[in-house]
Structure formats: structure tokens, C-alpha cells
Ligand binder design. Sequence first.
Ligand code: SF4
Ligand code: SF4
Length: 208
Amino acid sequence: MAYENPFWKGIYNLLVGLRVTLRHLFTPAITLQYPTERWEMPERSRGMVVLLSDKETGDLNCTACILCQKGCPTGAIQIERHKGEDKRWKLDGFVVDHTICCYCGICQEACNFDALMLVPKYEYSTYTKEELIFNTAKLQEMGLDVEYTPKRPKKKPAPKPAAKPAADAKPKDEAAPAEAAKPAEPAAESKPADKPEAPAEEKKEGEA
Ligand code: SF4
Ligand code: SF4
């Protein structure tokens, strides 16, 4: 048999390989002209870790609760904070070390305040490792153009209760109408002034 001959077997394998080459020879090449063209990353792909800001005020959404830091398995997040006069935590510093981040997304899951997100940004190669350690300003800057859907809508501030009047501070003219509204009781002994007494005498005369 010809196919059992090693020479013809080699020729057959060569032709099979060339068939793939010939097929791609006449199809247009798919080449991305980077950097003028860029890949569209999937919507939920995890790239750079960034901090999100309030679109109206521009302030960071972070409340310095450090849940993300506690959940991070690699210790890539370092947060500095202090307690303010209003007994709330204030953020002093937020650092993400992208050299040890494993892009697991646990920090984003842990955050309840729409403050941190892994976004599909992938172009941040540098010449030094130090440049991959992002501080608060850099993290905020990278998150400024990120669109996000809030996990929970913001609560509207509760309306202020109307000031209660003091219990004993009744306005004078408030009680007056109530008393004025009372119908005047007729005096028990008061007799109608125009009661005729003559008919009684007339009755007596009739009896006599
Ligand atoms: S993605 Fe994972 S490893 Fe990276 S900072 Fe968040 S929790 Fe840490
Ligand atoms: S990013 Fe979120 S979880 Fe982390 S400290 Fe800020 S509010 Fe808390």
C-alpha cells in the first residue's frame, strides 16, 4: 500500500497542513490597528480597580468602612481613616497595589456604597512596579468616567418635623372662639318678659 510507505505518508501530511495555509491565504486578515483601534472588552470583565465618585458632588463614595480591605485575599488594599467629630469614619488614604491584585472582585462585592469597582480598563503597563501602586487621587481619577448603576438608591433626607407649640402657650384668641361658639344658656329663673298674666285672672272670673 502506498500510504504505508513513509515517503507518501509524509507527502499526505504535508498537503493536509498546506490546505489550512491555502484556506487562510485568500481570506482577509483580521488585524486590529492598535492603538487607533481597541478591543471592546466584555461589560463585566475585571480590569483595573478604581474608586467611584458622586456624579453631583464629585466626592468619593467611600465611607472608609474597610470591608473591602478585610475581604481582599492578597492584601492589595490599604486604607487609612480617622473618626470625625460626627462619629463617622473619614477617609485619609486609599491605596491599591495592582502588582499583587489578583482581580478576584471580592472588594467590589463587599462594598455596599458603590465606591469601588473593577472596570474593563487594561492599558496601564509601566516601566516600574511603583507606578502600579495607585493612591487615592489616581484611583479617583481613573474612575471619573465610569458609568455605574447604584446598588441601592440614595435615601432622600427626611422632612423636618414641624415645630410643636408649647403646651401651655395657647394663643388668646384660640380659646375665645370656642367659648363664643357655645350657645348661651338661658337663665333657669328667667321668665319671658312678655308673658301675659291677665289670662289667669280672666280664668278665675270665668270659674266664679
Ligand atoms: S480584586 Fe481581589 S485582590 Fe484585587 S484588590 Fe480587590 S479583593 Fe484584592
Ligand atoms: S471602597 Fe467600599 S468597602 Fe471599601 S472602604 Fe470604601 S465604602 Fe467600604
